[in-house]
Design a protein around this ligand. Structure first.
Ligand SMILES: Nc1ncnc2c1ncn2[C@@H]1O[C@H](COP(=O)(O)OP(=O)(O)OP(=O)(O)O)[C@@H](O)[C@H]1O
Ligand code: SF4
Ligand SMILES: [Mg+2]
Length: 330
């Protein structure tokens, strides 16, 4: 029987050497899984390590520790043809659709690249028909195929980026800020397109975004990253309705609420300061310097991500002290 998780990330680490004796811990012991056909949203302020997680999962970066399993296959252990076969199944859609499209190639050629690399057609006619079908799938006209990237609007370019990702018939797509550069109305169109494609083809997504409202809309589960670590994770409704980690509460407090009563009643621990540098991080909780709930142990011991219930995990000493599951395990 197939494992219900398509992607499993266990203790993943990605460090960058940024100077003599300086290690930047962009991703530092992160574990999570994504079920087949579902979307995991990933949020966190700039520099928290979201893109690095996405790129390392896909094998675009080597890992400095931990394991990534895709469909049960260890991504970082694959080389040559075996890795190439994996890349066909795992694709990425980027934030800046313009920078990620070669300006000197027609968009038809760009979308067709993956078909060429993986030899996914027998005749020229079949190739061009596949490209046309992809254009129609993402809401563009087949006549668009002969034009160049600069002839398109931002939303259209993002559709081309999606068509390019879909060309190789992937199972898993990392959407890294895929809608952030677009106008709000266009963002909604692209989100709806991604959701429609998911329900039709069963895609699994890692959806990285700053916009919490969009993440809530598209994601089955949500992971909150802070300074290279996962601080809270669970069913999207649990995270948004009952956030427990002080950082998640701060992130959500910054989102304007439609319900004014809720706005007045909720405690608003607005985030102070900025994400500190991940270079040679101090021991203890990474959020310590910005947290107004901190206790003595926080500066010394890094909190583990512990289940509060079946659908919700938190890495915080204060939350875990009052958590019946972690107490009974202790
Ligand atoms: N190739 C690299 N070399 C050195 N440092 C890097 C490299 N890529 C990322 N970093 C650093 O790793 C940390 C995490 O970066 P990353 O781009 O993953 O964050 P992010 O959460 O995606 O941020 P944003 O929301 O701005 O896209 C940052 O401190 C960044 O400066
Ligand atoms: S572990 Fe301590 S410092 Fe970290 S979020 Fe919880 S209370 Fe704040
Ligand atoms: Mg990023």
């Amino acid at each position: 029987m197939l494992d219900e998780n398509l992607v499993e990330v266990i203790g993943l680490k990605k460090y960058f050497q940024v100077g003599k004796n300086q290690i930047l811990k962009a991703v530092d012991d992160v574990s999570f899984s994504i079920k087949r056909g579902e979307t995991l949203g990933m949020v966190g302020e700039s520099g928290c390590g979201k893109t690095t997680v996405g790129r390392t999962i896909l094998g675009l970066y080597n890992a400095d520790g931990g394991t990534v399993l895709f469909n049960g296959i260890e991504v970082h252990a694959q080389k040559g043809k075996a890795y190439k076969a994996l890349t066909k199944q795992m694709q990425m859609i980027f934030q800046d659709p313009y920078a990620s499209l070669n300006p000197r190639k027609t968009v038809g050629a760009i979308v067709g690249e993956g078909l060429d690399i993986h030899k996914m057609y027998k005749t020229k006619e079949e190739r061009i028909e596949k490209i046309y079908n992809l254009f129609e799938l993402v809401g563009l006209n087949r006549e668009h195929a002969n034009r160049f990237p600069h002839e398109f609007s931002g939303g259209q370019r993002q559709r081309i980026g999606i068509a390019r990702a879909l060309a190789v018939d992937p199972k898993f797509i990392v959407c890294d800020e895929a809608i952030s550069a677009l106008d709000v109305s266009i963002q909604a169109q692209i989100i709806n397109l991604l959701m429609r494609l998911q329900s039709e083809y069963g895609f699994t997504y890692l959806f990285i975004a700053h916009d919490l409202t969009m993440v809530r809309h598209i994601s089955d589960s949500t992971a909150v990253m802070y300074l290279g670590t996962l601080v809270e994770m669970g069913h999207t409704e649990a995270i948004f309705e009952k956030p427990l980690h002080p950082y998640t509460k701060g992130l959500l407090a910054a989102v304007p609420e439609a319900d004014p009563d809720y706005e007045q009643s909720k405690p608003s621990p607005i985030l102070k300061g900025e994400v500190p540098s991940p270079i040679n991080p101090k021991p203890g909780c990474r959020f310590f310097g910005r947290c107004n709930e901190a206790i003595e142990i926080c500066s010394r011991v890094r909190p583990d991500l512990i289940a509060v219930n079946e659908h919700h995990s938190v890495a915080c000493h204060v939350v875990n002290q009052t958590n019946p599951i972690s107490k009974s395990e202790a």
